[in-house]
Design a protein around this ligand. Structure first.
Ligand code: TEU
Length: 535
């Protein structure tokens, strides 16, 4: 029998871009509360809230300066308590983002740690330089240095992300204790669990030089090691197991064997993990030189994870990834069909499905024209680095256009009017021009919209034990088609997907349970971007 969180559908909110209630151009918690009915009607059960904690917003909240306070931009602790209560009243649960690999450099611990004699010094990695240079040769996730020198002590601190995100030192037991107390603080407020940010990089085994490599030099010293397992086990034993909650780990560069270790019930660590292999972006820098999307490789990767890992966290989008319709379907005229076909896949794979705000509308990538429209710290860093490397401007811009995290961060499109109904003021990042046609209001009243198809798919999943609990079997994979079977106690459903604008023949026929093209019978011919479930 499934656990409740295995039956749940999760909806991710990126607060800055969801709904602004006070006209300052930035989304906030009262805005989220005003849209709870929308989320409930969609059929989601859990809201994963990207960080709303106090933060100077160097990385939009993934740089936390106080884990027990709400960022005034987003509201107050009263607003947060109200959000949890209002969600509960609708049968919705809230999952928080737990960002504990690093804090903000404005967190009190870090500010104090700048003093060499402070008890907080050892909360972070402070090291002397080597021969006038940085302590080691590691490379950062945002494409820059990982060491910053502090004039006060003359020493450097480690930051795998931006220089305003210093890494915490888990070799200091005090750090673990602090984090456990923070987790209890939030769980006691009634939240349903945590999405654990880059959780498999928290244990730095040594700070020795890394082997020079294209992608992420030094990562062999901190990726998914025994130390990480021990910390995760401690969090589970000391805190998580005492609450009715679940966790999803954001785990970079993991393979299926590691995912199984991280989620094994015997070990007691995480409930499930997000893998990056399907994104074909597990090589951090390689993602900037994205090759043409290869459906076959994508299907094989998904099938492998479905077969080798008992319970997956299934997703096609989040706040770090381009929009799925833009990424997987190049032909604008098939946007609707493509978005619906992707929904057929998302809700028929084995595992917990995660929707990212706007995905249910079929929102597309950011239509920016100028680099000045870009807000993301990672995009800015990479663009500057590419310039230094003399990569031509046209190519640089294309990299940002295809891969930038801002593709997913434009405001949620609520209606076709000013600012897409996101804000009365000036939005912090440009609203996509296509909001006049792609928006929640229009889609709610259109029977054939992507949004209504999402509702149908979620409702189907809710009433189908086979989709929730059944086994997964790969049936057929080609350059365009993906066919698989779900089975439970002899009951079988077949899923066939066409990732192309051409008609494709597959070797299955039968009664249609649901299809983005409608119809009662499936005769084995997939129409362009068709997704169909067959009985
Ligand atoms: O992301 C971690 C991560 O490795 C990547 O997704 C990252 O965003 C980047 O694209 C690597 O090239 C998590 C959060 O989801 C992200 O928003 C944060 O910026 C990051 O951690 C740091 O907290």
């Amino acid at each position: 029998m499934n656990e409740w969180w295995q039956n749940a559908v999760v909806y991710q909110i990126y607060p800055l871009s969801f709904k602004d209630s006070d006209g300052n151009g930035k989304g906030d918690i009262p805005g989220i509360i005003s849209k709870l009915d929308y989320i409930k009607e969609l059929g989601a059960d859990v809201i994963w809230l990207s960080p709303v904690y106090a933060s100077p917003m160097d990385d939009n909240g993934y740089d936390i300066s106080d884990y027990r306070a709400i960022n005034p931009l987003f509201g107050t602790m009263d607003d947060m308590d109200r959000l949890i209560a209002e969600a509960k009243a609708r049968g919705l649960k809230i999952m928080m983002d737990l960002v504990i690999n690093h804090t903000s450099d404005e967190h009190e611990w870090f500010v104090k740690s700048r003093d060499k004699n402070s008890p907080y010094r050892d909360y972070y990695f402070w090291r002397e330089g080597k021969g006038g240079k940085e302590p080691n040769n590691w490379g950062g996730f945002f494409g820059g240095k990982v060491w910053e020198k502090d004039e006060r002590s003359g020493e450097y601190y480690l930051h795998l992300f931006s220089e305003k995100q210093p890494d915490l030192n888990y070799k200091n037991p005090k750090v673990l204790e602090e984090i456990e107390n923070i987790m209890r603080f939030w769980l006691d407020k009634g939240i349903a669990g945590f999405r654990c940010d880059v959780i498999n990089i928290i244990w730095k085994k040594t700070l020795q030089n890394g082997k020079p490599a294209m992608a992420l030099c030094g990562s062999e010293h901190y990726l998914t090691n025994e130390g990480t397992h021990n910390i995760l086990h401690a969090l589970h034993e000391d805190v998580l197991k005492n609450y009715d909650c679940f966790t999803v780990g954001e785990t970079v560069f993991v393979d299926t064997a590691q995912a199984n270790e991280l989620t094994s019930a015997q070990r007691g660590e995480l409930s499930m993990v997000f893998q990056f292999e399907q994104q074909n972006a597990d090589q951090v820098f390689v993602k900037w030189f994205r090759k043409k999307f290869k459906p076959k490789q994508f299907f094989e990767t998904i099938a492998k994870w479905q077969t080798e890992v008992p319970w997956n966290a299934n997703y096609l989008e989040n706040h770090d990834q381009p929009r799925s319709v833009s990424r997987y379907c190049s032909d604008e005229s098939y946007r609707d069909m493509c978005a619906k076909m992707l929904a057929v896949m998302l809700f028929t794979l084995r595992g917990t499905p995660y929707i990212y705000q706007g995905e249910e509308l079929g929102m597309r990538n950011f239509d920016f024209t100028l680099m000045d429209d870009i807000r993301d710290v990672e995009s800015e860093n990479i663009y500057a680095l590419a310039k230094k490397l003399h990569i031509p401007e046209g190519y640089r811009k294309r990299m940002i256009r295809e891969v930038s995290r801002d593709n997913a961060r434009t405001p949620m499109q609520w209606n076709g009017r000013r600012n897409a109904g996101f804000s009365e003021g000036e939005a912090w990042i440009k609203v996509n021009g296509n909001h006049t046609t792609i928006n929640a209001e229009a889609e709610l009243s259109d029977e054939n919209s992507v949004l209504n198809f999402y509702k149908e798919m979620i409702a189907l999943r809710k009433t189908s034990p086979v989709l929730r609990e059944g086994s997964f079997r790969k049936i057929h994979i080609s350059n365009t088609a993906f066919v698989y079977e779900r089975e439970l106690d002899g009951e079988k459903l077949m899923v066939a997907l066409n990732f192309s604008g051409k008609t494709v023949k597959v070797n299955v026929t039968g009664e249609t349970v649901i299809s983005n093209y409608g119809g009662k019978k499936f005769d084995g011919e997939l129409k362009p971007w068709q997704g169909v479930i067959i009985k």
